[in-house]
Design a protein around this ligand. Structure first.
Ligand code: PMP
Length: 367
């Protein structure tokens, strides 16, 4: 006889935080001009692709990866110019590192503090790990509200603070002095998330030696390796040796290690692509600013946030014209009628601007 055990239902078994979550939605981008996910739009030079092909063919994928990924870490150390005594922890993307940090500090009642609007995974991972989440609103210009941050730190005593530098989805670099005040006031760890560093140039890595509660996180996703899944956390040994205990032993696969090492040997290619993207960001920003009904926010990242009337209709109009960007409208009240576009190739950017102008025109006629 078969019967259902009432305990074996998701509603009964799962934590209420999990039941309350909405899955991170990734829309299909096949056959679209894909400007929604801050990817680098460029392929690698043919010679480098061939080299990677040969390396991958010879890779020992029947073996587990080198758990310590020593060679890759040394390469990162050298290229990033990390100060003496600073160590590196590797993650399967920086998302995994956010999760690992939260798991490490998630004592009952512990708080993760971020700003709003910012990268949504900080809030989601706080929920995954049962932490309290506090999101301090940014000012109207998306700057840090330093007084509100210091008050919130005083009041909530967060174990973990995340600040994206530049911030996603707003694209700006927060005031560095305000961040320093936050690091100095925080009773716990402050993680400066430099996912978009390649397009901004500014960094907190030189300050790692000054503040023992500061950690800096970066990803290779925006630099042309989103498909490999590789991010890193840089910080003092006292923290990293503890955090290493939580890292799953083989979180960075054989092919990721191999290909990332090869690409980092050719870092100049990646940096040149990033430089091109920065250059095209200026063009794209100028065109957005010059588009009627659009208010664009200045960006130090590889994407631009902009406000447009009837954003839902404009977003759909873009999709109908084969261009996928990100609709931020529902993400936060400060983002009402905001869309975010990733800087693509010059051709993609032109196509996007044309499609945007047509969509805006159409959205007015649809009323
Ligand atoms: N931090 C920020 C600020 C991001 O915007 C993203 C990706 N959108 C990430 C971290 C995660 O990147 P990944 O997991 O690809 O390294």
């Amino acid at each position: 006889m078969s019967y259902t055990r009432i305990t074996a239902t998701p509603e009964y078994l799962l934590r209420k935080e999990v039941l309350a979550l909405h899955a991170y939605h990734v829309p299909p981008g096949t056959d679209m001009v894909k400007l929604d996910a801050m990817e680098n739009p460029y392929a690698l030079p043919p010679q480098l692709r061939d080299e990677i092909g040969r390396l991958s063919a010879d890779a020992a994928i029947n073996r587990y990866p080198d758990s310590g990924a020593q060679r890759l870490k040394e390469k990162i150390h050298q290229l990033t110019g990390l100060p003496q005594g600073v160590n590196v922890l590797l993650g399967n993307g920086s998302d995994e590192i956010i999760q690992l940090l939260a798991m490490a500090v998630a004592k009952p009642g512990a708080t993760l503090l971020g700003v709003e609007p910012s990268f949504v995974m900080y809030r989601m991972i706080a929920a995954f790990t049962g932490m309290n989440y506090v999101g301090v609103p940014l000012t109207e210009n998306f700057e840090l509200d330093c007084t509100a941050m210091l008050d919130a730190i005083q009041h909530h005593q967060p174990a973990l603070v995340f600040l994206a530098y530049p911030n996603n989805p707003t694209g700006n670099l927060f005031d560095a002095e305000a961040i320093e005040q936050i690091i100095a006031a925080a009773p716990g760890l402050v993680v400066v998330d430099e996912a978009y560093h390649a397009f901004a140039g500014a960094s907190f890595i030189p300050l790692l030696g000054r503040y023992s509660n500061l950690l800096v996180m970066r990803t290779f996703s925006k630099l042309g390796m989103a498909g490999l899944r590789l991010g890193f956390l840089a910080g003092g040994m006292a923290w990293l040796e503890q955090l290493e205990k939580l890292r799953l032993p083989y979180n960075v696969g054989v092919l990721t290690q191999l290909v990332a090492e090869k690409l980092l040997q050719h870092n100049d290619v990646l940096l040149q692509q990033a430089e091109q993207i920065r250059h095209d960001r200026t063009w794209l920003y100028g065109r957005l600013v010059g588009t009627v009904d659009v208010r664009a926010y200045p960006s130090e990242a590889n994407f631009i946030l902009f406000h447009v009337a009837h954003s839902a209709r404009v977003f759909e109009g873009l999709k109908q014209r084969g261009v996928l960007i990100k609709n931020m409208n529902a993400a936060h009240t400060a983002l009402t009628d905001c869309l975010r576009v990733t800087v693509g190739t010059p051709d993609e950017n032109e196509l996007f601007i044309r499609a945007l102008q047509e969509s805006i025109h159409q959205s007015k006629n649809d009323i």
